[in-house]
Design a protein around this ligand. Sequence first.
Ligand code: FES
Ligand code: FES
Length: 174
Amino acid sequence: MAQVSMKVDGVVYEDHVEPRTLLVHHLREKLGRVGTPIGCDTSNCGACILHVDGESVKSCSVLAVQADGTEITTIQGLADGPELHPVQKAFREHHGLQCGYCTPGMVMAAVDLLKNNPSPTEDEVRHGLEGNLCRCTGYQNIVKAVLSAASEMRGEGPIAGSFQDAPEPAGASA
Ligand code: FES
Ligand code: FES
């Protein structure tokens, strides 16, 4: 067993872990931070993305011992008390989710994307989120939510409209 210390969502945790324990398992099973889901066993879905020292990381591809001494923010620590982060608000307002399974990873990846590029184009958002898979194929509203959050965070206000403005799927009829 190895001793690890990490600050997770503002709280310092000291623990002993097996050297092979993945960070996502440590967070979920030992620390009860179950807001970060596991969506695959191939490190390609992005559902488990969180921030380690401010950078997006797939927590299923990192060992808990590698996170020793770091500061971690999960989806559960993103809001400022009762005040949702602008990206969280935009996902809600633009219906950027269906089942919600991919949402924690999408939101955390989007926050990192906007930190590095506060004025992304639609293409840049799509490119920036290409490591995140949504099995409900809700990409249209996810992209719109991220663009709206970017506008809000630049002080230009959210993009008007809601998910109802999204184009209907091919074949849909009134
Ligand atoms: S659970 Fe980590 S990438 Fe899928
Ligand atoms: S909303 Fe269901 S997987 Fe993305």
